[in-house]
Design a protein around this ligand. Structure first.
Ligand code: ADP
Length: 485
């Protein structure tokens, strides 16, 4: 079933709560009034019975019953209290009985059978509704039952009017509450409608627009701030994608332009074999560089899309390093660099994705070769470190300027190296390397000082263990930076 709109739900809740409260209040106030009327009447009747007690106390104890009857008839024939009164002594002799009591003849038990608080009864007599109290009294060791009564017409009328008023007022209050609830929910949700209208105007071309944040720090204010922060992130991600596309096109345009120029120059006039070979060899170098660039671009695009998968498996670092040593020995020798690997760990089986790790070490070794002048050295090492093995590529090269250090992992960033000609890199290597390290649950750390060389390192978990540091070792989640590495 489709959920009701919030506005209607709020109105309904408001209505139900108010209606229940109004009904409960009406019932409670009616009941309280009734109780207070009952209690007033009881005390009234009790007072009347106690009046009889006072009169009996003032009578001569030796007076006979007939004289007593005459006295009470004389007193109560003119007193209003006497209309509903009858007095019975403990021996069952009537001392006084009013005409109305005689006519109704309600039951009056002997005093010893009455509870100390008396007993209440009620009856109709003609149009009158009468309440009577049979109450025990004691005067000089003699007990009496006194039954007094009052017509309840006035209090009945009061209860009736009050009840009728409540019956009218309660539904009126409930209707007012429903209208109030509707108005309040409209008013409460109006800022949400305004926010929704503002948000609807935002699209991929005006992501710099921000929602209006109300002055008051309330829930709507918090929602606007949260949405604005989300817009900020989306805006940055979009800008990063645009910058990536722009930079990638720029990086590809340069070698293609170079290709074209070189081929045009070569074709301009007939040349000898040596010249053609030189041109082709240069074109081949550029093609290799372009292939690497396209591979890096593709890897980063796949990383952003979350389609690049890591297949973690045990890797024997000894074999792995030997293979790298074989692959790199010639190229390092050509660059006149002293290259070696060092193994400072007994347990050299780690968990990793062989292809990605090979990629990461290629990036680091290529940089070391590029940025280390001839005569320097490059060391690949593995050192045991807690539950893992720290792998480092250390060179004695140009080092990195302090101002460049925070940016070297940014995409397309190329630093300045003292004494090294402008590099042929694209600035994508370390961004990709950092991403690979993160997917292995570790971080790519750099230590470098200009003129003294650099060291890039990361830690891999030994095979058989499942957690390296506080973060878990996962290969299926995208890193938080996502697109904007
Ligand atoms: P590039 O293709 O320019 O090498 P990278 O992302 O691999 O791109 O590196 C970014 C920058 O970091 C480089 O331009 C360079 O300034 C600096 N850098 C990386 N590795 C080294 C290193 N071993 N020695 C000195 N500087 C380095």
């Amino acid at each position: 079933m489709k959920a009701l709109p919030i506005r209607l739900r709020l109105t309904l809740w408001y209505f139900v709560i108010f209606a229940t409260a109004a009904c409960l209040l009406s019932i409670a106030s009616w009941w309280m009034l009734r109780r207070s009327v009952d209690s007033t009447e009881y005390h009234d009747l009790q007072e009347r019975a106690e009046d009889v007690q006072l009169l009996l106390q003032h009578e001569d104890p030796n007076r006979n019953i007939n004289d007593l009857r005459l006295d009470f008839t004389a007193i109560y024939s003119i007193k209003d209290d006497g209309k509903w009164l009858q007095i019975l002594d403990q021996d069952g002799n009537w001392i006084y009985r009013s005409k109305r009591m005689l006519a109704e003849n309600p039951d009056l038990p002997r005093p010893e059978r009455l509870p100390v608080t008396g007993t209440i009864a009620a009856f109709h007599q003609g149009t009158r509704y009468v309440r009577i109290l049979a109450y025990p009294i004691q005067v000089r060791n003699k007990k009496y039952s006194v039954q007094t009564g009052i017509a309840l017409n006035k209090s009945m009328a009061l209860m009736k009017t009050f009840g009728a008023d409540l019956l009218l007022l309660t539904p009126a209050t409930i209707i007012l509450a429903a209208l109030g609830g509707h108005w309040m929910s409209r008013k409460a949700l109006q800022p949400v409608a305004v926010l929704a209208a503002e948000a609807r105007r935002i699209n991929d071309r005006n992501l710099d627009i921000r929602l209006h944040v109300p002055q008051a720090r309330d829930e709507i204010g918090d929602l606007s701030i949260t949405l604005n922060q989300m817009l900020e992130r989306i805006d940055k991600a979009f800008a990063s994608v645009r910058a990536f596309t722009g930079n990638a096109s720029h990086e590809l345009r340069t070698p293609i332009a170079l290709f074209r120029t070189e081929i045009e120059v070569a074709l301009f006039r007939p040349r000898d074999v040596g010249e053609y070979r030189a041109t082709l060899s240069h074109l081949h170098q550029e093609a290799v560089r372009m292939t690497r660039l396209v591979e890096n671009l593709l890897s980063i695009a796949r990383a952003d899309a979350g389609t690049e998968r890591m297949n973690l498996q045990p890797i024997d670092l000894d074999d792995f390093f030997r293979r790298i040593d074989r692959d790199w020995a010639d190229s390092m020798r050509l660059a006149r660099l002293n290259f070696r690997f060092e193994m400072h760990t007994e347990d050299h089986v780690v968990l990793g994705d062989p292809a990605s790790l090979s990629r990461l070490l290629t990036i680091l070794l290529e940089n070391a070769r590029k940025y280390t002048p001839p005569g320097g050295s490059v060391v690949l090492s593995a050192v045991s470190e807690g539950a893992g093995v720290r792998i480092a590529v250390q060179d004695t090269g140009a080092g990195i300027l302090q101002k460049d250090l925070p940016r070297i992992f940014d995409r397309f960033f190329r630093g300045e190296q003292a004494g090294i000609a402008e590099s042929s890199g694209s600035g994508l290597g370390l961004a990709l390397g950092k991403w690979i390290a993160e997917r292995h649950g570790t971080d790519l750390v750099v230590e470098s000082a200009p003129g003294q060389g650099s060291s890039f390192s990361f830690t891999l978990l030994r095979a058989g263990l499942t957690s390296l540091k506080s973060g878990s070792f996962s290969n299926s989640t995208r890193n938080e930076e996502g697109i904007a590495v």
